[in-house]
Design a protein around this ligand. Sequence first.
Ligand code: 89V
Length: 350
Amino acid sequence: MSDLRFAIFGTGFWSRFQLAGWRELQGAECVALYNRTKSKAEALGREFGVPAVYDDPEELLDKERLDFVDIITDVDTHARFVRMAAERDLAAICQKPMAPDLETALEMHKACEEAGVPLYIHENFRWQTPLRTLKQVLEQGRIGDVFRARLSFNSSFPVFENQPFLKEIDKFMLVDVGSHILDTARFLFGEAENLYCHTRRVNPEIKGEDVATVMLAMRSGATVVCEMSYATRSEFERFPETYALIEGEKGSVALSQDYWIRVTTEEGTFAKRYAPARYPWADAEYDVLHASIVPCNANILQALQGEGEAETTGSDNLKTMELVYGSYESAASRSRYDVLADALATPAGR
Ligand code: 89V
């Protein structure tokens, strides 16, 4: 099979890592770049040897022969570019967060369904080595049925230095980090029935919330608390690691600093470190995040090559988006949000 040809839309902070992540895989070639400010696309094109560079997305789509587009632009432009791809029968991969609200996410999904093209979301947290290991521990039944879990992503990391636009968005923590952590909750524990959420802004220099706590009642009967913050200075903070404590009827499993997983049952505690792969192109400060780009892309690429379905489809991500925006509703109304999830999914699973 010849390589699938794709274009990247958006050449900001994340695109170089996404592009380097693609280079780790066989079977896909980036042939063109689009960016509103052409000089940025030219710089990335020079560095990665991608000669075709555009500041007009329609012109790129007119001139290039493509199999899919990889959209790495601001969330507000996702729908426009996904629609553009769908109109030309092209599959689209879109960075998380899928959309700035649930209605837009549904529209994006519908546009791709109607055009008969696949939509994938680059949701990479669930591809982190330690989080995949937690899933295996749960599937092996080592701790029995889960009754409670806590997922924590708390630090004082200056995330705004590399991504200054995050300061300006009205909805910050739940959209930017919640889309990852709530997706991880779904990945590990299945779908939620309802949720309660509290949010708070601690940093006076940003517009949105920088602290969010979501309590999910899962269909399985488990209670899952998701804690997220960029306002937490603590002895154990190690951005960008996610910590977990999962309690089951036969024991518990904890994921703590430096990727250590400890499984405790009546036989004792078994501890092992599950560090992510290290890539020379990854930014050391973002390590586990950048490493997870590779398996996430690999899973989507397999689907694009016709070998099975990807995990992070548009229709799957609608359920994560519902948890994100349902959390805002809960926080604003100070009441429970009942999850609809099933009504959003389509049988095709796209
Ligand atoms: O991976 C991301 O989505 C980033 C971060 C978690 C660093 O906020 O925006």
